[in-house]
Design a protein around this ligand. Structure first.
Ligand SMILES: *Cc1c(COP(=O)(O)O)cnc(C)c1O
Length: 384
């Protein structure tokens, strides 16, 4: 096994960042293609940057985020936090009591790890399912969670979404929606309403997923709950700092639905080309992806690696040799090892698809050459 625990994940991420730095220093930023769909943009003017002081910044940008945030997310009030995970943690710290139940419905397992981890921290019982018929709300439930779009971009069915909210509200239980990518994917590509407009009490999105904003979380919802959560957010230092809030405001203002819609059609072309040589790539809403199990089926050489390890080695080869950044090398502990090629990213806009295919194929050949040598694979993942 190559990646065994959270420490291994931290180490592989450090190595990935060294590889990226080396690309930038030796060949320039243009040698990299960030296809993660998490671009972490920072749009800001000189005049705005000069206002970034501890108290002046919030006075200006917190007001602005209320305005553009409510337009983007719906709800009565918004709250900018450090990450989506921070918003999830703060909500669970505020609304979930020890020994109570938290139930979660999502289109496809697994849930983002911040949800079960936060429940564990407060001593709550946590249940999750992706089978709608099996979803129930037991007695003593303090929070119902719905994921709008999973880490692998599986989007919830709108009718099921409405029914879960109805079931929760019939028992007076608040609903928190993890809409990290869903706030844009569900609404723009699937034409679903905003989570707050569907009745969610709290909805949280990630401001660098499918938009040019910073890594950060934006929560929206019922004013009384947001106020309650804000106390925890401030007590534990989970709030977004003024520079991030500024970049969130501008990221949302610059969000263009057309770019998402364009990638929705371009991905079909990429998918067709990949099918000429592979049989396990699948379409995601705005790109193509390969699950670790799918990748494992493509490999014809015998080896002892787990499916996830194969995905890490393959994605590190893509990064090291071809400058293609996908999520597995750079992700935080517990994230999915699925390799997605996101065509909504700004680097993808000018990308020649035939060239991308060549790079993917060449990387796959290299993967086949090394899989039987576990030491070599470890070296690819951990050493620069
Ligand atoms: C990305 C993601 C998160 C976490 O976002 P962070 O900014 O890393 O905290 C939570 N839930 C889902 C479904 C996600 O895709």
């Amino acid at each position: 096994m190559i990646i065994n625990n959270s420490l291994d994940e931290v180490k592989k991420r450090e190595n990935a960042l060294s590889i990226i730095k080396n690309h930038v220093e030796t060949k320039g930023r243009s040698s990299l293609f960030d296809l993660t769909g998490l671009a972490g943009g920072f749009i800001a003017s000189e005049a705005e940057i000069s206002l970034l002081e501890t108290y002046v910044g919030p006075a200006i940008f917190e007001d602005a985020i209320q305005e553009v945030g409510k337009e983007h997310m719906g709800g009565d009030k918004v709250l900018a936090v450090n990450r989506t995970s921070s918003g999830i943690l703060a909500t669970i710290l505020s609304l979930v009591s020890e020994g109570s139940n938290v139930v979660h419905y999502l289109a496809e397992l697994p849930a983002h790890p911040s949800i079960p981890r936060s429940c564990k921290l407060v001593g709550a019982e946590y249940f999750e399912t992706d089978v709608f018929e099996e979803f129930t709300i037991p007695d003593n439930t303090s929070l119902v969670v719905v994921t709008g779009s999973t880490m692998d971009h599986k989007v919830i069915d709108e009718d099921e979404f409405r029914q879960v909210i109805e079931m929760a509200h019939a028992k007076n239980i608040p609903v928190m929606v993890d809409d990290a990518s869903g706030a844009r994917l569900r609404t723009v590509i699937y034409n679903q309403p905003k989570a707050c407009d569907l009745g969610a009490d709290i909805s949280i999105t990630s401001t660098d997923k499918l938009m040019a904003g910073p890594r950060g979380g934006l929560m929206a919802g019922r004013e009384d709950l947001i106020d309650e959560i804000k106390i925890k957010v401030n007590q534990f230092g989970l709030e977004a700092q003024p520079p991030a809030v500024l970049a969130m405001v501008n990221g949302i203002k610059n969000f263009k639905e057309e770019n998402l819609i364009k990638s929705f059609t371009k991905k079909d072309e990429l998918y067709e080309l990949l099918c000429e040589n592979f049989s396990n790539f699948v379409k995601s809403p705005t790109g193509v992806m390969i699950y670790p199990e799918g990748l494992s089926k493509e490999v014809s050489v015998s080896h002892n690696l787990s499916d996830d390890d194969l995905a890490y080695v393959f994605s590190f080869i893509l990064l090291r040799d071809y400058g293609i950044i996908t999520i597995p090398p750079v992700s935080m502990p517990g994230a999915s090892a699925t390799i997605r090629f996101e065509l909504s990213s700004s680097d993808a806009i000018n990308l020649d698809l035939k060239d991308l295919i060549k790079k993917i194929e060449a990387s796959f050949e290299k993967l086949q050459d090394v899989v039987s040598n576990e030491e070599k694979c470890k070296e690819i993942v951990f050493t620069f």
